[in-house]
Write a protein that binds this ligand. Structure first.
Ligand code: ZN
Length: 374
């Protein structure tokens, strides 16, 4: 089988990082406006976890409101995973600059992984301000006098992950659709405001039941209604955008690292997602690991060294030198619908029907829809 080419994210022109800086520019800040967004006094960003552009286009009947709005397509960034994309949206930087380089990545020098979303590690505690030191777009907007709000599940509020990517926001805990609409309405009361509403139910249904499944379609309908109601609450002079952190594929094959001895030889730590593996080699074993993973995953995945991934711009035009050891010595990124699972270490992810992380259009392409009351 001929390997397809990876869809390298469009950093600098049409990525989630470019959306963040363009939203600041729209509010009058001097950040550059790569997406060319028109000025507005208030901006509302509805961030729908897992709403890939291809997924939405496949089901217009379940999302009549969203499907009636013309969209553009952005690339999520690599890996196409929530921890990384929220870092990108939160900083306006590419992953190589902000350092949130995957779901589970190595904490250099500790021999342990950090789960960047839950902020759990078996090693010493990780300070979110040191792990992601760049100022957030929210801090920058607040400094410029913009009221910055974030409406999301109340259970998320004080986590270190939110400290890393949402520093500077005023949290509004909201657990239902009604709460979210009300939270957004109140947050948009200020004449200059930047409000993010996060919705996670679609991604959760996609993981569990697969995208396109009845449960996923139910969630898509909820998202559509949420978007429509948010649009109805927009005060004059507002712009609302709908986007996502990544798309998804339905898994048709599982390759279990715990059942294939060749995938464990020389491996010190296995990180990433099932569709964007960071493989950390024992000292001196990187070449052996690269060869073995290439061999086992031939015809199914792009398997490259850290240096190749960085040189190809997967993480952005530049990777901060201090962040390089956070990247696996080897990256394994499926282009077929297979998942590289670890049934012993990650039983829940192993069971997932839907997964994401890779450089396919189904995972990379996210919509950017606009509703305006300018
Ligand atoms: Zn997910």
């Amino acid at each position: 089988m001929t390997a397809r080419r990876p869809l390298v994210p469009s950093y600098g022109t049409a990525s989630l990082a470019d959306l963040s800086s363009s939203l600041l520019a729209l509010l009058g800040m001097d950040t550059g406006n790569p997406l060319g967004l028109e000025p507005a006094g208030r901006v509302l960003l509805l961030l729908v976890d897992g709403l890939g552009a291809e997924l939405l286009r496949a089901h217009p009947e379940a999302a009549p409101f969203l499907s009636a709005h013309p969209d553009r397509v952005l690339t999520a960034g690599f890996p196409a995973t929530t921890a990384t994309s929220l870092g990108t949206l939160g900083t306006g930087l590419s992953p190589g600059e902000h350092g949130m380089l995957g779901y589970r990545i190595a904490v250099p020098g500790t021999g342990h992984l950090l789960n960047c979303l839950r902020w759990t590690t078996q090693g010493p505690p990780v300070d979110p301000d040191e792990w992601q030191p760049a100022p957030t777009v929210f801090e920058r907007a607040a400094e410029a006098g913009v009221a910055v709000g974030y409406v999301g599940p109340s259970a998320f509020e004080p986590t270190p992950f939110n400290r890393a990517v949402y520093r500077g926001v005023r949290f509004v805990g909201a657990d239902t659709v009604d709460d979210r609409v009300e939270g957004a309405r109140r947050s948009l009361a200020e004449p200059r405001s930047h409000v993010t509403v996060y919705y996670g139910g679609l991604d959760a249904a996609g993981h569990r039941f697969g995208w396109g499944s009845p449960r996923w379609l139910e969630q898509l309908a909820v998202v559509d209604r949420l978007a429509e109601r948010l649009a109805q609450t927009l005060p004059p002079g507002s712009a609302m955008y709908v986007t996502a952190d990544h798309g998804m594929v339905n898994v048709t094959e599982r390759i279990d690292v715990d059942a294939v001895a060749a995938l464990r030889e020389g491996v010190a730590l296995l990180g990433g997602d099932t569709r964007a593996r960071h493989v950390y080699a024992a000292p001196g074993a990187a070449g052996v690991v690269l060869d073995a993973w290439r061999d086992v995953l031939a015809g199914k995945a792009w398997v490259v060294s850290r240096e190749e991934a960085v040189a190809s711009g997967w993480f952005g035009p530049r990777v901060r030198p201090g962040w390089l050891p956070r990247i696996g010595d080897v990256l394994a990124v499926p282009y077929t619908d297979c998942a590289v699972v670890s049934s012993v270490a990650e039983p829940i992810e192993t069971s997932f029907a839907g997964a994401h992380g890779s450089l396919t259009s189904a995972e990379q392409h996210v919509p950017l829809l606009e509703v305006s009351t300018r």
